[in-house]
Design a protein around this ligand. Structure first.
Ligand SMILES: C[S@@+](CC[C@H](N)C(=O)[O-])C[C@H]1O[C@@H](n2cnc3c(N)ncnc32)[C@H](O)[C@@H]1O
Length: 273
């Protein structure tokens, strides 16, 4: 299989047979392969319904997110939820965190979901949940959440954060497919639709956040999700990953955990069995 996948003639035949079930060098390449089968992609009307139903109960990696958010959200705190759908995580996490009445949970989404999300929030009488199309609204927030979302953007999140006039104090990344091989892209099959996504190299992903001033407070596995590229374990995310980053020099808030100088060692021990 490996030889077939690398010899130019057999590789072309194999790629044609695999269609979108393979790795691509860039997100636009993967998006082009996904296009004939996209069925609406991120605008599939079933997609936000799925997010809302999946968020009725926490999934395993939500507990890590909830753990790090305890004590972090004061009155008037602002949370920016990148790719936050209709606010599914807001509704779920509020049940567990009892978010303060004056906090603002701002979801960044596609125009269709911004409009629908606002209607749902109005119908539920929820004014802490707001929606935006402006990335610049993430400047200076207490917490930037990117759960199941950053891999759909061509620009790396670390670069987007570095371009903000004021960086978020904390970044919570969850349900992201990170790989051991070099950064590539692929197509995710969402059942009713298909979307292209980036598969970031794990070490480079962390280094990019460290380079813009963040330290890793914690990392975990999102056991509920995995992405397997057949015959290519180095490009497979088994399972997805989560991280909690804090701007360097900031003291942990009450209830927050201290930075582990050996962060990542647990992962290595885990992988070694
Ligand atoms: C898998 S969902 C994640 C939902 C939620 N954050 C969670 O963890 O359950 C990914 C979200 O990213 C959004 N998204 C994808 N591309 C986007 C873009 N270019 N601008 C804004 N949102 C986008 C999709 O609409 C979708 O709601």
């Amino acid at each position: 299989m490996r030889r077939m996948a690398t010899w130019p003639i057999t590789a072309a035949i194999l790629n044609a047979m695999l269609g979108y079930h393979r790795v691509f060098n860039s997100l636009p390449e993967a998006a082009a392969a996904a296009r004939p089968y996209a069925e609406g992609g991120h605008e599939d009307p079933e997609y936000p319904k799925l997010h809302m139903s999946l968020a009725e109960v926490p999934r395993p990696s939500d507990y890590a997110a909830l753990f790090h958010m305890r004590g972090l959200i004061d009155d008037r705190a602002k949370i920016f939820d990148f790719g936050g759908s209709l606010g599914n995580l807001f509704y779920l996490y509020d049940r567990y965190l009892n978010l303060p009445p004056d906090c603002i949970w701002l979801v960044f989404e596609l125009p269709a979901w911004v409009e629908l999300g606002r209607n749902v929030a109005t119908n539920r009488g929820e004014n802490r949940l707001q929606f935006t199309r402006k990335w610049q609204d993430a400047a200076g927030v207490e917490l930037l959440i990117a759960s199941g979302a950053l891999h759909y953007f061509d620009t790396p999140l670390s670069q987007m954060v570095s371009e903000l006039p004021e960086k978020p104090s904390h970044i919570l990344i969850n349900r992201t497919p990170l790989i051991d091989g070099p950064t590539k892209a692929t197509v995710q099959d969402g059942g009713t639709h298909r979307v292209a996504c980036v598969l970031y190299n794990r070490a480079e992903f962390v280094t990019a956040f460290e380079a813009i001033g963040y330290e890793v407070v914690d990392s975990w596995k999102a056991w509920e999700l995995s992405l397997k590229i057949v015959g290519k374990p180095e490009f497979s995310a088994l399972p997805y990953s989560g991280f909690f980053f804090r701007l360097k020099g900031q003291a942990p808030k009450r209830g927050g955990i201290k930075t582990d100088p050996a962060a990542g060692a647990n992962d290595k021990a885990f992988e070694a069995g």
